[in-house]
Design a protein around this ligand. Structure first.
Ligand code: KG4
Ligand code: ZN
Length: 343
């Protein structure tokens, strides 16, 4: 049995897992920084990297204790080195390189976006490749053609905000806590999704594999503060009743989900792909999960979507390193970080 230690520090979760070549999870630890970033309404990169530095070694220790495994029993060390926040990525990479030197075990690079899609294989136990990969998170809203776990071709993505970012920003306008996705989902549960007809951008252009959420965000702002007026939307929403907040949250969520589902189905049809894998934090959204299930079933497409705990950032999805291990795709100690979006 091969055991791989996987590290994840691309954004604001410090995570480590121990996984086997049979995709068995021997241990998984996540130290979230959510509470620290809450007061800023979003992740502050400098804060994130400093906290990763404090947490990375205790998190690695914890996962070894949880699994009852000694460091010298590990066969490889894998780390997400792309994409993500530069300072955060560097902490994980430095820790992984140090462990690789100390143990003499090979170093494996993880593409965080490929790992989000691989979560579908880990959770289902079925090989979904080749497939269309939809990644929806705080930093990404992108569609890839995934020939296999480590061969992705970028088909298109957002031309402005990522969908999770739009949830976070609209939540801030509605005075709902960070991260915005879960709090909008909670508020929306009591609201009417048809209360406001917010825009569903780019669905009228079926040949374009692009998303756009800034118009939707602006429409919510105008609903709260009026077009062109310089009123702070958060101050305006403080005057609203809980029922009105719930209606705005539900209508925003419905529009965002319609964009995600509608565009994805358009891209699947255009590229003749009948299998969809979805990953990333926003894939935890319950309305999205319901609507994408309905839409794929209606079209006889296969859908793979990880359980919610494997949608948000975690190190278990780093089990994608097994694919590289089997092919002997190891890295030298000059391995660098690649913070930018990969196309
Ligand atoms: O994948 P992730 O943990 O980190 C990134 O790589 O960005 O995704 C975090 C994002 C945040 O923007 C958060 O608001 C969003 O995922 N999110 C959700 C939900 N849970 C998390 N968005 C919508 N509905 C949710 N239930
Ligand atoms: Zn992520």
């Amino acid at each position: 049995m091969t055991i791989i230690l996987t590290l994840e520090t691309t954004c604001d979760e410090t995570a480590a897992a121990l996984v086997t070549d049979g995709l068995e999870v021997l241990g998984s630890v996540i130290a979230s920084q959510e509470k620290l970033h809450e007061k800023y309404g979003g992740v502050v990169p400098e804060v994130a990297s400093r906290v990763h530095l404090e947490q990375i070694l205790p998190v690695i220790d914890s996962v070894l204790v949880e699994a009852g495994i000694k460091l010298n029993a590990i066969d490889a060390i894998a780390v997400a080195n792309m994409p993500g926040l530069a300072g955060s990525l560097l902490v994980g990479l430095s820790a992984a390189k140090s462990l690789a030197v100390a143990t003499g075990k090979p170093l494996i690079a993880i593409n965080h976006l490929q790992a989000h899609i691989y979560a579908c294989k880990i959770s289902s136990g079925v090989d979904p490749f080749p497939c269309l990969g939809l990644i929806i998170s705080g930093g990404h809203t992108s569609i890839y053609y995934c020939a296999d776990p480590i061969d992705f071709v970028f088909l298109g993505g957002t031309i402005d905000d990522a969908v999770g970012e739009a949830f976070d920003k609209v939540a801030a306008m509605l005075n709902l806590p960070y991260p915005g996705g879960p709090s909008i989902q909670k508020a929306a549960a009591n609201g009417n999704p048809q209360a406001y007809n917010f825009p569903r951008s780019l669905l009228g252009e079926p040949d374009r594999a692009s998303f756009s959420f800034s118009g939707l965000k602006t429409a919510v702002r105008y609903r709260l503060a009026g077009a062109g007026k310089k009123i702070n939307p958060a101050e305006a929403s403080a005057e609203l009743s809980q029922a009105e907040i719930a209606d705005i949250a539900a209508s925003f969520q419905e529009a965002a989900v319609d964009c995600l589902v509608g565009k994805t189905l358009q891209v699947m049809a255009r590229n003749n792909v009948d299998t969809l894998c979805v990953g990333g934090g926003a894939a935890a959204n319950s309305r999205f999960r319901t609507k994408i299930k309905e839409a794929t079933q209606k079209n006889n497409y296969r859908l793979f979507i990880a359980p919610t705990n494997l949608c948000t950032d975690n190190a278990v999805m780093g089990a994608i390193a097994v694919e590289r291990y089997k092919k002997g795709l190891f890295e030298n100690l000059d391995l660098d970080i690649f913070p930018g979006l990969i196309r």
